[in-house]
Design a protein around this ligand. Structure first.
Ligand SMILES: Cc1ncc(COP(=O)(O)O)c(C=O)c1O
Length: 422
């Protein structure tokens, strides 16, 4: 073990799991370099955060300029970057999203969205979707059902939470239509047997499940939720913490699917890596949240906001390129699927693709993922997995990845697969 690895082990609680103990000295664009000078293609992107790659020049310049002026306010006074970032985000957000509230992390924003929904509707019930990931804090982990392990040992969780299936066509061996119909039937049963719709404040849903296995919701499913929400006065909270800021081919997946959220939760790529998150909503909903009924010390940090405004500006020329890059990457992955029996499914939107690895019987193969991951690391590349079985490659390169680097990343993973299959 290196000196840093030993010091790390001595000082940190084991609860915080790092994928590797490789010590990285710096990152730029799609690449990071370790302390020995070895370069790695970073397709983990800090879990879908560095959508513009590491340290994009304009974002660095904006953050540095802000750092030299003001770096904390704690709600005592206003500053330009706070308002500018909010204006820029609302400008690119789906129609009907008018107002913002900033915090620091995705989990915090999820919790705030639930508090907002309860306050505004005067109802208690929250309906979430099995396989969803919404964070690890006590409230947000209540809504997280992507792995039982995340909740194990923490019960009792928040009451009045109702979990219904989210369509998993591949996992269930169904078509998208069949999976949608099954999930919606279960939702109907929930209303028949467990909670009346009039007691439900909100649906909390990812438009494409992330940690749960990279399952896109489909437009039909989200349209159905929108219609049920409208019928019963339920708010539709769309958690775009992982899917936002260009990742799925438009600014937000709500726009990809043309579905109107009442409340939009965002984080991760919002400032390309500086801590910031937000809850946004229609003026009607946000104006009904009484002053002082929620708050934060660090939320809307001046430097994070300056970075966020610069991130949105920089993404303006990148987001329109995502569909073409996605088509290319999907084409390559679908070809590889024909060549490798270990690839059971290729799915996703934009540059948020899930490559599901299976064994000879078609069962999830975490072993295959581990083999590919370890080959990738050897060859100089970081990747992450997702799904309850740890067998799905999260293919999430930076949105502005160079074509050579994209090809190189796919080639490395394909070599890893071939090696495993041999
Ligand atoms: C969809 C979604 N919501 C919420 C969160 C929680 O965000 P954070 O880790 O910043 O608390 C995540 C994190 O992965 C996420 O993917």
């Amino acid at each position: 073990m290196t000196d840093l690895q030993t010091r790390f082990q001595d000082i940190f609680a084991p609860v915080i799991g790092y994928d590797t103990t490789i010590e990285i000295a710096e990152g730029k664009g799609s690449w990071v370099t370790d302390v020995d000078g070895k370069q790695y293609l970073d397709f983990a992107c800090g879990i879908a955060v560095t959508n513009l790659g590491h340290r994009p020049d304009d974002v660095v310049a904006a953050a540095q300029a802000q750092l030299n002026k003001l770096w904390h306010a704690g709600g005592a006074f206003l500053y330009d970057s706070l308002v500018t970032a909010a204006e820029k985000i609302v400008d690119v957000a789906p129609d009907g999203i008018d107002k913002m509230f900033f915090m620091n992390s995705g989990a915090e924003a999820v919790e705030a969205s639930v508090k907002l929904a309860r306050k505004v509707t005067g109802r208690q019930g929250i309906i979430t979707f099995r396989g969803g990931f919404h964070g690890r804090t006590m409230g947000s982990v209540t809504y997280t059902t992507s792995k039982a392990k995340y909740r194990q040992g923490y019960h009792p969780l928040l009451p009045s939470t109702f979990v219904v299936p989210f369509p998993h066509p591949y996992g269930w061996g169904m078509t998208q239509e069949e999976a949608n119909a099954y999930a919606l039937r279960e939702l109907e049963f929930k209303f028949t047997y467990e909670v009346t719709p009039g007691e439900v404040a909100a649906f909390l849903v990812e438009p494409m499940q992330g940690e749960g296995g990279y399952y896109p919701a489909s437009k039909e499913f989200l349209d159905a939720l929108r219609a049920i929400a409208d019928e019963h006065g339920i708010l539709l909270i769309v958690d775009e913490v992982q899917t936002g800021f260009g990742r799925t081919g438009d600014w937000f997946t709500s726009q990809v699917y043309d579905v109107r959220p009442d409340v939009l939760v965002m984080g991760k790529a919002i400032a390309n890596g500086l801590p910031l998150s937000g809850v946004a909503g229609s003026a009607e909903v946000m104006d009904a949240w009484p002053a002082g009924s929620h708050g934060t010390t660090f939320g809307g940090n001046p430097v994070s906001c300056a970075a966020s405004a610069a991130t949105v500006d920089a993404l303006r020329s990148v987001v329109p390129t995502v569909p073409a890059t996605s088509e290319y990457a999907l084409g390559r992955w679908n070809t590889l699927k024909d060549e490798h029996s270990t690839i059971g499914d290729v799915r996703g939107l934009g540059l948020m693709l899930g490559i599901e690895l299976v064994d000879r019987e078609g069962n999830p193969s975490a072993e295959a993922f581990k083999a590919v991951e370890s080959h990738a690391r050897e060859a100089g590349m970081f990747i992450l997995n997702c799904g309850p079985n740890g067998n799905i490659i999260r293919f999430i390169p930076p949105l502005n990845v160079a074509r050579d680097d994209l090809d190189r990343g796919i080639d490395i993973l394909a070599d890893g697969l071939a090696k495993f299959e041999a």
